[in-house]
Design a protein around this ligand. Structure first.
Ligand SMILES: [Zn+2]
Length: 1144
């Protein structure tokens, strides 16, 4: 205990009086620093022991002044010194007096509210001090005394911030009491009413109390009260009070019964209509936000309108019973985190700590190279993929070339290495052209008639399409061919690097599960990048809210909903319904197409459901579908309602892409960013009720956008990103080969293996032919280091294919840098690691339902043949002592902007994880950083700031980590390209287009040339040409992004509340509460002054010596905020000679 006798020179009363006097005169600056840490304890101790009103008041006054100046830190300091306990004990003893003495009680309770409000344990402390019951009793007997009742309510509200205290109060009938105290609209006692509602809200924060309130029917009472106040407070003068009512509702609806009660008492309708009145008015924003959150929370969950979340397509996986799917929830632990390929910041809530926990901290695991998973014998089969290393390469390459041509034409898969996969694809549902080669004259005749009768305007094309569909025949590709010829003849249009006829021929060989017989127009007609860049879309205020309100209207006015299924993969009869002019027509049964179902909700609004990955019940992100039968100039709203990710770049300026057939035929064959009012938010759909697979309790998200189509009756395509099909790749490879001079460029197109569904997976070799057959030249040719590039392991990441297209075209071009590159390196490229996924419109997985980029450690030859053989190829190179100098796997990233690399570093991983393992003994070549640094300098799309070189446990079976660790490739990367756009460099503010993606592919090659220069890989003669070849002095391209460290996302205009259970407003904001108490006290004082004045007039000069103390909770206006340099300590003999600083 404090020892008074130590301070012999100190006279309490006088000093305190002196203090109080100084404070009230504003003469003293209170020193908080350098003075008396224990001075506070003295005050607190005196407070509890004082039996004298005046001293108590003085101390309270001093404390109040001390706490009002400066920041909250003073209050926290006081709490740490037992301030709450002291105030509570003082309160308990004050309350014992009969009758209660308001002169002490009111300021005491006011101070207690202020301090307790910031003390997390105030409830427990109050229970310990036995202050809870007396306060409640005091409230009960003060119901007619506004001031005292209000003070009691503040204190009770503060006590109830501890759940156990709230429950205790609930058991004592406090909830009933408070409900009795809240009158309808009543302007006389607004402060008391507000205090009552706030106390109630605090009580309802406990689920027990909420349950109790729901049982007593109070949800209806609350919603009626809210409605009453809304319609009477027309001037919006009592917004905080109405908001408090919403707080109560929000708490009570955090339990299921509360949601139900609110719904049943018409609460959603009341909240909806009251909110509509407030839109666009000033100062009521928080009411709207709060009410919207409650409505979203209480919107009854309804199952997704599909029979099961399983994909409509299934594929018999070799060695696996048909019913079991690897993507079921059981194998995923409900963890969507790992879904994100290399997406480090997948989940908004994932904090850095969790990320760091994913880092590999075991030095042994990081450093030790695992045993190779194949024998030398196993690797022999890969020899044939290295024709450049054969002894007589000229002969070899000719024969290879020839044999490939034959295979290509015949579709022959008799090669040794292909047998295993071919065998397993026998169960495939094959319905492609080659298996139905008979022809029906009638149909062909009909199609010819159609062509003849049509002008090839857009309308005609549209009709042609609808007509075509009505056949539903395997000859459509043939028919298409014919139609195409007519179109090409009339439009005389050609796109560089694309050939519709070659595309159509390849399409006939592409094997899909559903047996696609139609081509999507943009794929065979081709796409040209727009002549300009498109800006990142601006986000308009309130878009999400507007959409949410429209969703709520569905619930409120179910009679207005059309709810008509207009497309369903499972109901083919719906596919060709072109007669209904009131509905749009949807279609997705074509390569890379993904749309499972379309439901017309309102005249111009459709809910769309995406198909899960094959043999899966999830991964809904990629979409690509056709829409026709539209009217021009009308905004159509599309909602993709089964998205899974918790946030999306669609909330940050990204738009879907649109392709119009009519525009294309008029000479503008572009995929363009399109769609207004784009937003992404949590919706009210849940797993389909009968769903076997899928995660229980998973919430879905809606991607909503509005499209105004440019033409009437057009045929348009909408996609998540610029589509790039497997057939497009085959076409591109064919055209590339045709464009080359075989004497100059060594270009080989081989088949790595067949996929599960029997599609050949191409592997490309590109280098320069030796200058001559003399020994030196041939040796130089064979000794060139290897670069291995792969892409599109994730089918939904079509951006990766466009980057790869840029790489391939650059490498085959005749620009000096490309010639030098070919002379320097041998490129092995597997441009599409997951052809089946791309063909069948999956987002993430292969037909086995597995993420192929999680199979690299132990790829299964039967389930993941492309990965197995790609790894085999790399292991072969390693085995012959030629591990690649660079390996890079191209991907797309849905959460970040720009293009960047992920690499692998032991040291950086250990540092980042805060590992204690010593890195001094670890020898690591920092060369892995060179390539990204070069890219940062030469590629405008690239951002070094977004790169990292960490090895995560969850990524241990990705290509990047396995190639680094097992094959020993120092420069093993994942290259991530944004789906969205750029926030740095010269492209800042623009969305990414195919031109930028292709450019990135070319820049990647150029960076290899700079790297080779750094590594002195070629002779001096060549080296001197490199800067000129790369145009490195171009100042524009030199804009690096080293300097600015920006957040991933710039702040948004509107706070994005994509979760319905988010809580953006803080009811416990200390400042708000203080202001409120201050205002109430000022108000009471004002009234009481009037009364006093009246009294005084009546009593006419009667000696009224009792001085009323008016406490201020606001920082005193007349008193300058205390400065640490204040002279208080030196002025007074209040020497505690302590080194404690009151404030630090
Ligand atoms: Zn990926």
């Amino acid at each position: 205990m404090f020892n008074y006798s130590k301070y012999t020179n100190f006279t309490w009363r006088e000093n305190l009086k002196d203090w109080g006097h100084l404070i009230s005169c504003g003469k003293a600056r209170l020193s908080m620093a350098g003075s008396a840490a224990s001075g506070l304890e003295v005050l607190l101790s005196t407070l509890q022991n004082s039996n004298d009103n005046e001293s108590t008041l003085n101390i309270l006054s001093v404390l109040d002044e001390l706490l009002s100046a400066g920041t909250d830190r003073r209050i926290y300091y006081m709490i740490s010194k037992g301030g709450s306990e002291a105030l509570l004990r003082t309160l308990v003893s004050s309350m014992k007096r009969v009758p209660p003495n308001d002169i002490v009680l009111l300021p005491l309770m006011q101070l207690l509210a202020k301090v307790g409000h910031r003390d997390r344990k105030i409830g427990h402390k109050a229970e310990e001090a036995e202050a809870v019951h007396p306060t409640l009793s005091l409230l009960r007997c003060s119901l007619h005394d506004q001031r005292r009742a209000t003070a009691c309510l503040w204190v009770l509200r503060v006590f109830a911030s501890c759940v156990s205290t709230a429950v205790l109060l609930g058991k004592e009938g406090t909830i009933e009491l408070l409900f009795k105290l809240i009158p309808k609209y009543n302007l006389k006692q607004t402060h008391t009413i507000k205090a009552t509602i706030d106390a109630l809200a605090a009580l309802l924060n406990s689920k027990t109390n909420s349950r109790h309130a729901v049982d007593r029917g109070y949800v209806t009472t609350l919603i009626k009260l809210f409605e009453d106040w809304h319609y009477t407070d027309l001037e919006n003068q009592y917004v905080p009070l109405r908001r408090s009512l919403l707080h109560c509702l929000r708490h009570v609806t955090s339990i299921h019964a509360g949601k139900k009660a609110l719904f049943e008492s018409d609460g959603i309708s009341i909240l909806y209509h009251t909110t509509q009145d407030l839109l666009g008015k000033r100062g009521v924003e928080l009411l709207v936000t709060s009410a919207t959150q409650i409505m979203r929370k209480c919107y009854p969950k309804c199952p997704l309108p599909v029979p099961s979340s399983q994909s409509v397509y299934s594929f018999p996986v070799p060695g696996r019973p048909e019913s079991s799917h690897s993507c079921d929830s059981s194998s995923h632990d409900g963890n969507l985190e790992d879904e994100s390929d290399e997406e480090q910041l997948e989940n908004e809530e994932l904090d850095t700590k969790e990320e760091d926990e994913d880092l590999e901290t075991d030095l042994r695991k990081l450093c030790i190279r695992p045993e190779p998973d194949r024998t030398r014998q196993d690797l022999k089969q890969y020899e044939r993929f290295f024709p450049e290393l054969q002894s007589d390469f000229k002969d070899v390459d000719r024969s290879e070339e020839a044999s490939f041509e034959v295979k290509d034409i015949l579709g022959d898969n008799s090669e040794k290495g292909l047998k295993h996969s071919e065998k397993h694809s026998s169960g495939t549902i094959r319905n492609n052209c080659s298996s139905h080669c008979g022809s029906s004259d009638e149909q062909v005749q009909k199609s010819k008639q159609t062509h003849r009768s049509c002008e090839t305007t857009g309308t005609a094309v549209s009709e042609l399409y609808q007509e075509a569909r009505s056949f539903h025949s395997p000859h459509l590709i043939t028919m298409r061919h014919e139609m195409l010829s007519i179109l090409l003849e009339r439009h005389q249009f050609s796109i560089p690097g694309h050939d519709p006829e070659i595309y159509t021929n390849f399409a006939a060989k592409t094997k899909s599960i559903a047996g696609y017989s139609l081509l999507a127009f943009p794929d065979f007609w081709g796409h040209l990048p727009l002549p300009y860049q498109q800006s990142i879309a601006e986000r308009n205020d309130g878009v999400q809210r507007k959409k949410v309100f429209e969703d709520i209207q569905r619930l409120l006015n179910p009679g207005d909903n059309i709810d008509k299924v207009v497309f369903d993969l499972e109901t083919p009869s719906l596919h060709y319904n072109s007669e209904d002019s009131e509905s749009l027509c949807f279609f997705s049964r074509f390569e890379s197409g993904n749309l499972r179902k379309a439901i017309q909700i309102r005249r111009f609004e459709y809910d769309l459901i995406l198909n899960s990955d094959v043999n899966c019940s999830q991964h809904h992100q990629w979409f690509y579908f056709e829409v026709s039968g539209m009217k021009a100039g009308i905004p159509y709203r599309f909602n993709i309602i089964n998205c899974e990710k918790t946030n999306s770049q669609f909330n940050y300026g990204m738009q879907p892409v649109l392709y119009s057939v009519q525009e294309a035929l008029q000479g503008r064959p572009h995929w363009v960013r399109e769609g207004n009012e784009v937003c992404y938010y949590k919706n009210h759909f849940s797993q389909p009720s009968s769903s076997k697979g899928g995660q229980k309790g998973v919430s879905f998200y809606t991607l909503s956008f509005t499209v105004i189509f440019p033409h009437n009756d057009d045929v348009c395509y909408l996609a998540y990103h610029y589509p790039y099909t497997y057939t497009a790749l085959q076409t591109q490879l064919q055209l590339l080969k045709q464009s080359l001079d075989p004497e100059m460029v060594f270009f080989r197109h081989q088949t790595l293996c067949n996929t599960l569904n029997g599609n050949p997976c191409p592997v490309i070799t590109i280098t320069a032919c030796p200058r001559s057959q003399n020994w030196n030249n041939v040796q130089q040719f064979r000794n060139r280091p290897y670069v291995v590039l792969t892409a599109r392991v994730h089918p939904g990441e079509s951006n990766a294919s466009w980057v790869m297209k840029g790489t391939l075209e650059f490498l085959c071009s005749n620009v000096p840098a490309a010639i030098m590159l070919r002379e320097t390196f041998i490129f092995k490229i597997i441009p599409m690691l997951n052809p089946d996924g791309v063909i069948n419109g999956t987002h993430r997985c292969s037909l086995s339902g597995e993420d192929l980029n999680r199979q690299w450690m132990k790829p299964d030859i039967n389930l993941s043949p492309t990965i197995y053989h790609c790894k085999g190829l790399l292991s072969y190179l390693n085995g012959i002592g030629k591990p690649p100098i660079v390996f890079c796997d191209y991907h797309g990233h849905s959460r970040k902007k720009n293009v960047f690399l992920y690499g692998c570093s032991i040291k950086e991983t250990l540092w980042q994880s805060g590992s204690t393992a010593s890195t001094t003994t670890v020898k690591e070549d920092p060369g892995y950083r060179t390539l990204p640094k070069i890219l940062d300098r030469i590629a405008p799309a690239f951002a070094f700031n977004s790169c990292n070189f960490l090895v995560e446990k969850s990524r241990q079976s990705t290509a990047r980590v396995v190639v680094w660790k097992e094959i020993g490739v120092l420069r093993s990367y994942t290259m991530e390209s944004t789906y969205c756009g750029f926030d740095q460099g010269i492209y800042k503010g623009f969305q990414i287009g195919t031109r930028e993606l292709e450019e990135m592919g070319a820049k990647f090659c150029q960076s290899l040339l700079v790297l080779s220069n750094n590594l002195l890989l070629h002779d001096k003669k060549l080296t001197s040409h490199i800067p000129a070849a790369l145009d490195l002095d171009d100042p524009i391209r030199d804009q690096g992004s080293y300097s600015i460290l920006e957040d991933d996302e710039p702040p948004c205009v509107e706070e994005i509340d994509y979760h319905s259970d988010g809580c953006s407003d803080h009811e416990w904001d200390g400042g708000d509460f203080d202001t409120e108490v201050y205002e109430a006290v000022a108000n009471f004082s004002e009234k009481s002054k009037e009364e006093d004045d009246k009294c005084q007039q009546e009593k006419n000069g009667l000696n009224n010596s009792k001085k009323k103390m008016c406490f201020s909770s606001k920082p005193s206006q007349h008193l300058p905020a205390a400065e640490p340099s204040s002279q208080f300590a030196s002025r007074h003999s209040f020497d505690v000679s302590s080194n404690h600083h009151y404030l630090c």
